[in-house]
Design a protein. Structure first.
Ligand code: PGA
Length: 303
């Protein structure tokens, strides 16, 4: 089989996005260039690796097998690059980090402070929800992840570094704003805007309602904290979001945190990697930095 490393990278991008257009954008190539490389690769392999049904692209059985091996080869090459960098005694390198959508409200500040101390480091930051973060860890696509409590059944190393309180938010003219110690029993009378399935915030909210035997009435499902805050401001319903997302809205008095009994729902932030993963010097340095410096650099907004 006569294949090039470039073809492997292009194959991985198409397999990850299941779209020639998105793969070509990610690789900064034209779509015909990507299609051509995949055609040549399929010719070398002697089997189709992708099939297109309607507008959707799927991996064939051979494509799935190919994907497994391609992933191992590129991971090994990344490791080789890290080992060589370490042998050169370099503190510079690439830090690949993925964070929960909600952690995006503080992660850039941590990265900025870290990069001030390590000017040579280049950072690739992926912002996505909890489900996708777990997938990235499983597929070894990231050095480190910042997320809520990781599942016990996965073989991960997780270091807890900060609180993540979830609170009930309302627009300033909502009748409950005037009340203190609002009993939990009032919540089923309200409708809520909730995050998408796969979000850590969403599952924490669902667990909380179930544990307190309360019915959760959802007005709408939204795939970002920003959409929820805008929706709550517009009067579409109440929301339950992390305090980390609220600095601006509270300062501008666009939203109010309701004083509900048993709130906040307390979650925590963890910096996580797969156990057994060979962390680069840069990734190790960032992990230590988060553990030691996050309290100094980050402040949780006050209600
Ligand atoms: P989310 O994750 O942004 O996917 O909701 C945050 C969390 O796990 O608390």
């Amino acid at each position: 089989m006569n294949i090039t490393f470039r073809q492997l990278q292009i194959f991985e991008a198409v397999a990850q996005h299941l779209s020639y257009t998105r793969a070509s954008e990610a690789l900064h190539l034209t779509q015909p260039a990507v299609s051509m490389q995949i055609k040549q690769l399929e010719h070398s392999v002697g089997l189709p690796l992708f099939e297109q049904l309607g507008k959707k692209v799927f991996l064939t059985e051979a494509g799935n097998e190919f994907s497994r091996y391609a992933n191992t080869i590129t991971t090994q090459l990344d490791e080789l690059e890290q080992v060589v960098n370490e042998m050169k005694g370099l503190q510079r390198g690439r830090l690949t980090i993925a964070v929960a959508s909600t952690a995006n409200y503080f992660a850039p500040r941590l990265l900025a402070a870290f990069c001030q101390q390590h000017a040579e480091v280049t950072v690739s930051l992926d912002v996505t929800n909890r489900e996708q973060l777990l997938k990235s860890l499983l597929e070894n696509r990231t050095d480190l992840v910042i997320m809520g409590q990781p599942p016990a059944e996965m073989d991960l190393v997780a270091v807890r570094f900060m609180d993540n309180p979830l609170v009930v938010i309302a627009p300033p003219d909502h009748p409950l704003v005037a009340h203190e110690h609002i009993p939990l029993e009032c919540l089923p009378e309200e409708t809520f805007l909730v995050r998408e399935q796969g979000s850590g915030t969403r599952s924490a909210v669902e667990r909380f309602f179930a544990a307190n035997q309360l019915a959760l009435s959802t007005a709408m499902e939204m795939s970002s904290n920003e959409a929820i805050k805008q929706g709550v401001e517009a009067g579409l319903g109440l929301g339950i979001v992390s305090m980390h997302t609220l600095a601006m809205e509270l300062a501008l008095k666009r939203l109010v945190v309701l004083d509900v009994v048993n709130f906040p729902i307390m979650r925590y932030w963890f910096i996580v990697h797969r156990s057994g993963k060979r962390l680069s010097l840069v990734a190790q340095a960032f992990q230590d930095f988060v553990r030691e410096e996050s309290k100094r650099i980050l402040k949780i907004p006050a209600a």
